[in-house]
Design a protein around this ligand. Sequence first.
Ligand code: PEP
Ligand code: MG
Length: 868
Amino acid sequence: MATEDSNTIIYAPISGVIVPITEVPDPTFAQKMVGDGIAIDPIEEALCSPCDGKVAQVHPSNHALTIATAGGTEILMHIGIDTVTLKGQGFQATVSEGDEVKRGDKLILFDADFVAKNATSLLTMVVITSEGATVQPLSSGLAIAGQTPLLEVATTASESQKPTGGGIVFSLPIVILNPDGLHARPSAVLSSNAKRFTSSVKIIKGAQEANAKSVVGLMGLSIKQHDSIVVSADGPDSAEAIATLVPLIEAGLGENLHVVPGQRKDTKVAPVTLKKHLSSPISDDPNLLAGVAASPGLVTGTVYQLRDFSIELEKEGFGVENEEKSLNEAIAKAMEELNQIEKSLRLSADTSKAAIFAAHRELLEDPELRENALAGIKKGQSAAYAWRHSYIAQSEAISKLDNELLAARATDIRDIGERVLSHLAGFEKRDASIPENSILIATDLTPSDTANLQKGGVLGFCLTGGSSTSHASILARAAGIPAVVAAPDRILEIPNGATAILDGDNGLLKLHPTEAEVDEVRAKQRLAEELHRKQMIEAIQSATTTDGVRIKVVGNISGSPEAAEIPALGGEGVGLLRSEFLFLERADAPTEEEQTEAYVSIAKYLTPERDLIVRTLDVGGDKPLAYMPLPEEINPFLGIRGIRLNMMGTDIFSAQVRSILKAATFANLGIMFPMVATISEFQAARDIVLREKEALGVTAPVQLGIMVEVPSAAMMADLFAKEVDFFSVGTNDLTQYTLAIDRGHPKLAKMADALHPSVLRLIKRTTEAAHAEGKWVGVCGGIASDVLAVPALVGLGVDELSVSIKGIPAVKAAVRKFSMKRCREIAGEALGMGTAVEVRGLLTKINQELENETNRPAETVEEREVGS
Ligand code: PEP
Ligand code: MG
C-alpha cells in the first residue's frame, strides 16, 4: 500500500549552469547512489535554501547541508567534489541544525577560488535523499538561485518498505579505518548496499543512530577515522544484511584504507600485471627474448618502436609568436586526425572505440593543457618542450587523484599529448607512419595504438606489459596477428629497423635471425598460408565429423567489426559476445540507447539464421569500472565480479538486459551470465530478464544460459540443467579456479592448461548433465580455438565450439578430420591421464599421425605417376 504526498518543487539553491546528475564526475552521485537529483556548476559563492523547510543537518565540514520540508522531502546539497578533504576550509555555514528557513535564505557562503583550487570540482549536487521519492528535472541551461524551478519531487511511502520483524541482529563493533571517516562517498556506497535488504538497517555510534539507507542520516553521524560503530538489522533478511554489510564496511566501502588522512590517494585497484622474465628461461642466446605467448602465429619483419616520446627536445623556442603558432597548428592537426579516426570507426559501426576518440577530442579542447603550455612558451620555451611538460604534469596529477574516473583519464591525456607532440617534434604522423612488415614494440598499447593494429603494416607486437588475457592480447587474437607480452624491458632498446622473428606460439622474439632462420620461418608461413587458403575455401561448409555428427562452430567477439566478418569466415553465429567492450575504457556507463545500437548492429550482421549469445557484463575485481566504485579487494578473482556485480548494480544490469532484448528480432538471441556459482544467482538474473522481456513486450524466443567457469557450476550441472537453456564452458576461468592458478601468471602460465584432466572431467560432467535434460553445451574459452584440442572436446560431448573468429576455418577443418567414435576414444584416453602434459602429448601425436596419413596418399600417387 502506498500513500502519496503532494508534489514538492525544489528551486535552484545557487545560480549557475545546470548539469544532469549522470554527468557529475563522481560515480557516487552520477550513479544516483546518494539519490536522484541534479547538479549546478556555480557562478556565485552562496548556497541558498531551495524551498521552505528546516535545516535537518549541516555537515561538520560545512560543505554539505540537508533541508527537510514539512512533507518529509529531504534535499541534500553538496558543494563541490571531494570537498570533505578541505575540513571546512573555505566554507562558512550561516544556519544551524533545526533552523527554520524560507526559500532563498542563505545557508552556506564559500570561497569559490579556494575551493576550486583545492578540490576536484565546484559542481554542486542537489539530491533528494528521502526514501520513495520520484524526481523529475524541470529546467536546463542557466539557473538563478531561488527562482529557477529545478526539480519536482513526488514522495511515496510504501508499507512494504517497513520491516516485517524477522528478528533483530547486531554486528560486533567495527572500527572505521577510512582516512576521512564516512563522508559522502563511503556513506553512499553503504546506503546503496543497505537498500538491497528489506530489513531496516541502522548504524549505531555511541548514543546516536542513523538509518543506513539514508546517506544524509549516515553523514549526520559524523563518523571519523577510528570511531567504532555497530550495525543492526531488523527484518526478514537481517542476518544476510549483517553478513553482507560488515565486510563491506571493514573493506573501506570502496576507499583505500592505507593512506594518510586528508591526503589524496590513488585507489586504483592494482592491475594484474605480469612480472617479467629477466632472462630467457630457455636459452642463453642474448638475441632470444622470452615473454608470454599472447596470440599465435610466426612472422619475420622489422622492429618498429611504437613511440619514443622521451627523446631530448630543444628547450629554447624561436620566439613566443612562432612557438604559439606551431602549438596551435599541431593541436589543429591532432584534432583533425581524431575527427578522421572517429569518423572511420563510426562508419565501421565500432561505436565504442569511436566514443574513445570523441572523448580524446574533448580532452584536447581542455583549455588548461594549452594554457600551461603557453605559459612555458611565454618563458621562452619551445612549443614541443612546453607542451610535453604540460601534458605529462597533467597526466601525472590526474593519475594520483582519489577518483577512478579521473585517474583513468591519465592514459588518455598522455595519448593525446603524444599525438600533438608527434607533430611538434617532427615525428612522422603515427597513424599513417607505421612501415610495412613491422613488429611493434611498446610498453603497452593505448587506444590510438589499438586502432593502428587494424592497419595492414603491423605483423605483430611485443610488449613489456600486459598478460595473455589483457585487452591488447584479445585484440591481437581477434585480428589474427601474433603477439608476445610481458617481454623483458630490453626490447625497448632495440633499434628501429632491426630484423626479428616474432613467435606468438611460444612467446619469443628472436633478434637478428640468420638467413637460414628467416628462410625457415618463411617456409612455415607459406605452408600456413596454403593451409589457410584451403580452409577458407571450405569454411562455409558445416563442421561434420566423418561419421556425420555436426558440431556448431561460432565466434567469440567484442564488437561489430568482428561480427561483420563472421559469415565470410564460415561462422555459424556468435557463441560469446564479451559485452565488456561497451563498458571498459570510458568515463561513464554507456546509455541504454548506445547499448541497444551496438547490440542491434551486431545482430543485424548475423541475421536470424545465426545465434547471438550475449554475455552480460563481466567486470569487477581485476577489471574495475571507473564509474562503479567497489571496495578494493585483496583477491579480486575471488571477489565481486561477473554475476555478483551484475546483481549488485541492478540498474546497470537491467538497462543492459533491456538493450540486449531489443536485438531479439534481428538474430537468434541468447543471454548468458558470467561467473555463476550457485543456482540462486542464475534464478535471480533470469527473473530480471523475464520481467524486462515482458515489460518490453518481446515475444521472440531468447535462450538463457550460464558460463560454466566456476567448478561449482560444473559439479552441480545436473541441477542447473533443469533451469538453463544451455551451458557455455569458459575454460580460461574454469582452469584458473580448478587448478588454483592465476590465469595471467607468467611463471605458471604453462601449468594453467585447460587440457588438464581435471578440467576435462568437469566438461564431461557438464555435457552429460546437459544432454540428460536435452540442453546443449558450448566451449568458449581459449582451448576451443586450439585445433589440437578439438577431437578431445568433441569426444567429451561438446556441441558447439566458440572460437577466435580468425580460427573458425581451422577449427571447422579439425572437426572434419575425425569420426565421433575416434573422438570419444581420444577423450576417454585423455580423461584417464594424470597431467595436461600427457594429454597434450597424446593430442600432438594423434595430430602428427593424421598429417602423415593425409600426406602419404598424395605422395604415393605422385610417385606412381612419376614411376609410370
Ligand atoms: C573464460 O573464462 O574462458 C571466458 C571465455 O571468459 P573470459 O576469458 O572473458 O573471462
Ligand atoms: Mg571468464
